[in-house]
Write a protein that binds this ligand. Sequence first.
Ligand SMILES: Nc1ncnc2c1ncn2[C@@H]1O[C@H](COP(=O)(O)OP(=O)(O)O)[C@@H](O)[C@H]1O
Ligand SMILES: [Mg+2]
Length: 452
Amino acid sequence: MAKQKTIFVCSNCGAQSPKWGGRCVQCGLWGTMEEEILSPASDSPAHATLAVSPPVSLPDIPEHNLERTPAGIGELDRVLGGGIVAGMAVLLGGEPGIGKSTLMLQTAQRVASAGRRVLYVTGEESLGQTRMRGRRLGADSAEIYVAAENSLENITGYIEEFSPDLVVVDTIQMIHRRDIPSAPGTVAQVRQCAVELVCLVKRRGCGLFLVGHITKEGSIAGPKVLEHLVDCVLYFEGDRFHSYRILRTIKNRYGSTNEIGVFEMTGSGLKDVLNPSVIFLAERDASQPGSAIAATVEGSRPLLVEVQALASRSAFSAPTRRAGGVDLNRLAMVLAILERHTPLCPSANDIFVSAVGGMQIAEPAADLSVAVAIASSIAQKPAPADCVFAAEIGLGGELRGATMAGMRLKEAEKLGFKQIVLAPSNAEALSGRSAIKVRSFRTIAEVLNEYC
Ligand SMILES: Nc1ncnc2c1ncn2[C@@H]1O[C@H](COP(=O)(O)OP(=O)(O)O)[C@@H](O)[C@H]1O
Ligand SMILES: [Mg+2]
């Protein structure tokens, strides 16, 4: 009998190596290399093919029918780009307990109540648990067929038998193929099962949601190695201790990326939040030092978020820096700029910065609000209550323009703010076009001189 060949695959990024190592040479994470036995079936991971056809001249290809079936949940439709396209495969990732199964069952109910058939495969929970959750969420449509199933062969059989319009697999890490020797949840299983499901739904023209768990480090096998196989990748952000959840598009072949949907988790399921700026500002106490409002844009949506900072004199030579919802590297850069280009001395302080409400701010245009919040806390002087900030700070301390400044300004105006601070390039373009005061400064030192 031929000797079984083994390779080692990184469960985070999918890098392969003939030898085991404690650390993946590609992504640098420790303890992620897993042994995978190459059976003849899994030797070529993509042996499930989309279709067999000879090459066709481009203009002769019939145009793809982009008719969308609404998922029926406004914020989910927004991140999908308007609804589910026939044959679309979506990966929904997030930490355990964040609300993936909740969102999927609510979606199943909406799609089914529009007269379409849904196959809901639950690999983690029993039929009874799904029924109980359904009762709590108001999901009771007869067109939702639930299967508590882990075997890929059975699931593909059900898809052929029931001809659903939408398939939900919750979670892909629990599904396995009998002839692959690795355990469920390993890269070999997850990748092969996903490839086959994606190819099957593309052939049949139904929608597919693959649910996958990830941890904060993103290191559990699965979602990361699946991103290139699917059409759309959505990740749930936020934490279980806040009631607000953010659904972010990482990739979308049928819509724009970086779009976000905002939900509130309630006893009866996830509810759309139509005006998220209001909730991110709800508990603000503008009379306290250390608070500034960032006018951010996520995808096509403006969002005002409160950034809070606390500076307290450090007892140690290496002061503490902590950030929640703000990138730690970006914070380090803002602190270095404040140290070098302003009279403030953040190096003598422990600094804590947080974006309120569980929001993650990734864009550089939030730099100015972070700097103002820190300066306000060090100086113990509140920033003006009626002002929002939107500018990137360059390494020379200069303010740089933000994209879509007009949209940020409109959102600030809508929520009753009276001033917006922008970089000169943005302010010029917007001067005289708004009811609120547009102020611009050349450098961060000038801003702090005025406000802190
Ligand atoms: N009876 C309940 N009442 C209110 N909220 C609940 C209830 N049960 C669960 N939840 C909420 O649902 C969340 C679990 O959602 P779930 O969809 O199972 O997460 P996931 O599938 O991502 O692991 C919990 O964190 C909690 O916030
Ligand atoms: Mg779940």
